[in-house]
Design a protein around this ligand. Sequence first.
Ligand SMILES: [Zn+2]
Length: 455
Amino acid sequence: MTSLILLAGIALTGAWLAVAPMAQTRVASRPVVYEGARIIVGDGTAPIESGVFVVQDGRFTAVGPKGAVSVPPGATRVSLAGRTVMPALVNAHVHIGYEGYTSWGAENYTPANVLDHLRREAYYGVAATQSVGSSPTDASIAFVKDQQAGKFAVASRFFFMPGMAPPNGGPDAILIKGTKALNAVYEVSTADQARTAVQGMAAKRLKHVKIWVDDRRGTYPKMTPEVYNAVIGEAHRLGMKVQAHAIQMADQKAVVRAGADVLVHTVQNEPIDEELMALLREHTPYWTTVIGLGDRSEACDGDAFVDATYPAETLREIRAKDCAPLPPTSAAREQILSNNLPKYIANGARLVLGTDAGIDARHAFGWADHHEMTRWVRSGISPMDAIVAATSRPAELIGIPDLGSVAVGKSADFLVLTANPLEDIRNTRRIDKVFLRGTALDRAAMLREFRKEGR
Ligand SMILES: [Zn+2]
């Protein structure tokens, strides 16, 4: 066996907290050479067939085709012949902490439950997970510090951003029950309040903020242009990015025109028009589709990949109430999505993975990431583009420079698959192993933990 392991406080270079690296004694670990896999790099370049890569101290130290990588002396050799390796995923949009699988609400919001959700994401191959607009700020900052300090079991790295909304606006009818109880959303009515709130976030070294621009069919107050322009202007002045929730075409146009960095959601009720496409070409926002939550749950289908992580009681509940045949409107929705998704992308929207997991147990942490990718491909996006949008691009958006691709210097966070997802995107589910920081997860032990009843 090799000496050492360490890595508790190893520099999380992409984290938004400027935490000084912890003093530590490092002992170099023995290098491991993985040989023979097809390597999907994650940046959109052609896969490396019969690839070789070296992992040492939790990082890729060499990556290339067979013959182009020299094997360091004393290295352990592992054959991955017949396997496909791809970077671990990065999920840029969830709502963490409230889901309890047999209950839902603010009472579930504990560090242990946040960690449980991050471990579920990790189980399914997700190396970093960002909670968007619903996480209480100070508790989340404390969680990030504790995770960076190595206080928790291995899990997906936690990122979050605060949300801003008019009083009694913002999150949907489910989520708002949790965010209200925890005062998780910054409520602002005026441009001045908006700027002050953004300044407070910047003072806490936060780099992203979410806004909702949605009146939920007239039932909620909608953020005014005066307020969202102030949020976006102040955030940009302070080096922050703004994610804007908007589901109607007019609202999407408004937030893209106002300079939102990330467009959240997809117009699903009509084909997008030339004016929106022109705005996308001009502004090229990042874009999280977040459409899977609107689909029939895969927990209805008896797929072991999905079912594995559910307590039996939760599966029974979902199947009892959420598995009715789809209404006729869903065919129309499907057609609109298949029309709109490729148009967003062809016009410059930069697709990134997000799932909205945490709103409802029927669309849950980890497997929903794979569902979203499958969904994209069904609507005309290539598997390669789907993989880039689930790996290197969200890492770039969130600001995690050591994640998102299989490349020298990156954290060795990768999936070993038994089939090639470039041939069928559903093959991202054929997971043999998940490695985070160079170490394989004990997924069998994690499963036992997830399935406990009466959580
Ligand atoms: Zn959301």
